[in-house]
Design a protein around this ligand. Structure first.
Ligand SMILES: *Cc1c(COP(=O)(O)O)cnc(C)c1O
Length: 219
């Protein structure tokens, strides 16, 4: 358990102040999250709606980030409390998040997940899909979501230059989208990229949020 505290403090010391640490607590017991909480950590990432809803009952005052593939029929379980849904990969999902958020009189922050990795099975929108998505006029009627930026997972590889090029691509797409669709919207500013094995590269390429699990909870 002490390792958790040490690992968080070490990583936090290393990150520039412009980068938020999301501690990925998926599959980890509530006790482990509480240990992390004691260090002052408030932002946690989970990738299963029901697991997240159960944990939220047991640990209040956490800022939860959803970071997995979210089925539209599961949005209702997390809509009352989730802070940010980082993995929006369809317009249908965004509309459902909006509908559920409205029920609870909330605004839910969202990131669009972009597919840049070479693995086909990873989810996310592809380059031109994002632009088509943002051009939809219906987007403007979604009053209960706030688009805050982009998220991606790099290819799972030892090839550092490939990883770097994917992060650089995300930063580039972010810049283009910002100029074209969100020039006056200061909320659109987040680049969620970087995990245990690649967060240093991500930070060098402009990440504003790193999502770290095994680097903190390893024994
Ligand atoms: C599991 C997961 C992470 C954390 O990965 P680690 O390698 O354990 O740091 C980050 N992002 C997403 C989307 C994940 O599913």
């Amino acid at each position: 358990m002490n390792n958790i505290v040490e690992n968080i403090n070490r990583i936090r010391d290393e990150l520039p102040s412009t980068v938020q640490l999301i501690v990925v607590s998926k599959t980890k017991p509530v006790e482990a999250i509480k240990t992390a909480f004691i260090t002052g950590q408030r932002r946690f990432g989970e990738n299963k709606a029901l697991e997240l809803a159960a944990k939220n009952e047991q640990i209040p005052n956490v800022e939860w980030h959803f970071i997995g593939h979210l089925q539209t029929n599961k949005v209702k379980y997390i809509a009352p409390f989730v802070t940010m849904i980082q993995t929006v990969d369809s317009f249908r999902l965004l509309k459902e998040i909006n509908r559920q958020a409205k029920k609870y009189n909330r605004i839910i922050d969202c990131l669009l997940e972009v597919h840049l990795a070479q693995e086909e099975e990873k989810s996310g929108l592809r380059g031109d899909e994002i632009f088509r998505f943002l051009e939809m006029p219906e987007r403007n009627v979604l009053q209960n979501i706030r688009l805050c930026g982009l998220m991606t997972m790099a290819t799972n590889t030892d090839n550092k230059s490939l990883i770097r090029s994917e992060f650089r691509q995300l930063a580039d797409i972010h810049k283009q989208i910002k100029q074209r669709f969100f020039a006056d919207d200061s909320a659109f500013c987040e680049l969620s990229m970087g995990m245990t094995d690649d967060y240093r590269i991500a930070v060098e390429e402009g990440s504003t949020m790193v999502r770290i699990g095994s680097g903190i909870f390893k024994s």
